[in-house]
Design a protein around this ligand. Structure first.
Ligand code: F6R
Ligand code: MG
Ligand code: MG
Length: 370
C-alpha cells in the first residue's frame, strides 16, 4: 500500500508590517509555484497559509520524508518570495534563509519542517498546527496532554485502543540527542524532561506495538529546528509547526484541540524575549499586534483522501475558544504589567537580544566589593 507524506515547511521571508503578518502577494506566489509542483507530480496537493509573519506550506505527496524534490520546491518558493519581499521592502526580508545554496534538504538551512509518512487509513483526519512568536517547546504541553493526559483525552481511559498509551520521541536540542520513552509507564520521567521546554522537545509520537496502528509510523510530528544553533548566533525565534493525526485508535479531533483551551505560557513574544500566553486564533486573526503578539496558534483540519488534502477547516474559528482568548488576553495584560521584570522578560540566557554585556562594560570600574 502506498504511504502518504504530509510535509509542513515554513519560513519567515519578510513581515508586513514589521513582524505582524505575511503579505498576500507572497502567498499568491507560493500557491502558483505549488500548483506547478502538482502538475509536475512532485506533490499531490497543498494548502498555503500563514500564522503571523510565517509563510506556511502544507503539502501532501508520496515521496517520503526528506525528499529532495519536495524540499527543493519549498526552498525555491522561499527564495522567490524573498526576492518579492525585498522588492516590496517587507520587514526582515529573507530572515529565515540562512544559506544561499540548496544542497538537497532544507533541514538546517533556516526553514522549519514537520514531516511524517504513514499508511492512509479508511478515513484520515490530520490537523496542521502553526505557531508564531514562540519556540518548538511550546508544543510540549499540548502534545503531552493529547497523547498522555487522561484529564484531557478521555479515550486514554475508555477506549481500549488508546488504553496502552503512546511512545514519545524526545530530543535534547542542546546536545542533539534523542530518547524514546513510554507513556504512561514513564510519565513522570517524561514530564521531568519536557517541563524544561527550552531544551527537551517532543519530536514525534508513535503508537505502541500490537495496537490498531503500525508502531513504526508516527501519529504526530513537531518541527524542532533551532535557528540560533544553525546560524551560530541568535537570529530569531523559530516559530514551530506540527502535524497531528486523530480518531480511530488515536485521540479524537476534539481531544487534539482541547489542550489549546488552556492558554499556557510560552517564551517568545516581543523580541523573542518574553513569556506570554499562547492564544488559539483563526487564520483571519493570526496577525501579531499587541507587543508583537501575543504568541498565537492556528489549527487547520483536513481529511486526507488518496493523498489529497480535503479542507481546510479553520478549527479555532469557533466561539468554543472565545473564553480561552479572553483568558489569554487577561494573562497578557497581567504579564505586560511586569514590564522589564522576570518572569515576563525571559532569564538572561534565553533572551534573543541582550544589552547586559554593554551595561556591564560601562559599569566595570564602578562596581565595588561588598
Ligand atoms: C519576535 C520578533 C519581533 C522583533 C521586534 C524587534 O520574534 O520577531 O518581536 O524582535 O519587532 O525587531 P527589530 O529588532 O528588527 O526592530
Ligand atoms: Mg519576522
Ligand atoms: Mg514568525
Amino acid at each position: 500500500m502506498t504511504k502518504v507524506t504530509i510535509s509542513i515547511i515554513k519560513a519567515d521571508v519578510g513581515g508586513w508590517p514589521g513582524h505582524a503578518t505575511v503579505h498576500p502577494r507572497l502567498m499568491e506566489i507560493a500557491r502558483d509555484m505549488l500548483s506547478k509542483a502538482v502538475e509536475g507530480a512532485i506533490i499531490s496537493d497543498f494548502h498555503v497559509t500563514h500564522c503571523g509573519d510565517d509563510l506556511e506550506l502544507i503539502m501532501s505527496h508520496t515521496k517520503g520524508d526528506n525528499n529532495k524534490h519536495v524540499h527543493e520546491t519549498a526552498w525555491n518558493i522561499f527564495t522567490t518570495t524573498t526576492k518579492e519581499a525585498k522588492a516590496l521592502k517587507l520587514y526582515g526580508a529573507g530572515q529565515d534563509m540562512l544559506s544561499d545554496a540548496f544542497s538537497g534538504n532544507v533541514r538546517g538551512m533556516g526553514p522549519g519542517i514537520a514531516e511524517m509518512t504513514f499508511t492512509e487509513r479508511k478515513a484520515e483526519p490530520v490537523v496542521a498546527y502553526m505557531m508564531d512568536k514562540t519556540e518548538p517547546g511550546a508544543f510540549n504541553l499540548p502534545i503531552f496532554r493529547m497523547f498522555a493526559d487522561p484529564f484531557n483525552t478521555a479515550g486514554l481511559i475508555i477506549d481500549p485502543n488508546l488504553h496502552p498509551g503512546f511512545m514519545f520521541e524526545i530530543w535534547d536540542i542542546m546536545e542533539s540527542k534523542k530518547v524514546m520513552m513510554s507513556s504512561p509507564e514513564e510519565m513522570y520521567d517524561i514530564l521531568a524532561l519536557i517541563g524544561a521546554k527550552g531544551r527537551y522537545v517532543i519530536k514525534r509520537v508513535y503508537p505502541k506495538e500490537g495496537g490498531k496502528l503500525p508502531a513504526n509510523e508516527p501519529v504526530a510530528v513537531i518541527s524542532t529546528e533551532k535557528l540560533y544553533k544553525i546560524a551560530g548566533e541568535y537570529v530569531g525565534k523559530d516559530d514551530p509547526v506540527a502535524a497531528v493525526r486523530a480518531q480511530s485508535g488515536l485521540p479524537a479531533l476534539g481531544e487534539v484541540l482541547e489542550p489549546f483551551a488552556f492558554p499556557h505560557l510560552v517564551s517568545g513574544w516581543m523580541r523573542g524575549s518574553h513569556n506570554g500566553p499562547l492564544m488559539p486564533v483563526s487564520v483571519k486573526n493570526a496577525t501579531c499586534t499587541r507587543f508583537d503578539g501575543p504568541p498565537r496558534v492556528v489549527g487547520l483540519g483536513f481529511q486526507v483522501s488518496d493523498g489529497k488534502l480535503v479542507g481546510p477547516v479553520d478549527l479555532f474559528d469557533d466561539p468554543g475558544f472565545d473564553y480561552t482568548r479572553e483568558r489569554a488576553q487577561r494573562v497578557a495584560e497581567y504579564m505586560r504589567r511586569h514590564g522589564p521584570f522576570e518572569p515576563h522578560r525571559l532569564p538572561l540566557e534565553d533572551m534573543e537580544y541582550t544589552t547586559l554585556p554593554n551595561v556591564m562594560k560601562k559599569l566595570k570600574d564602578r562596581f565595588a566589593k561588598v
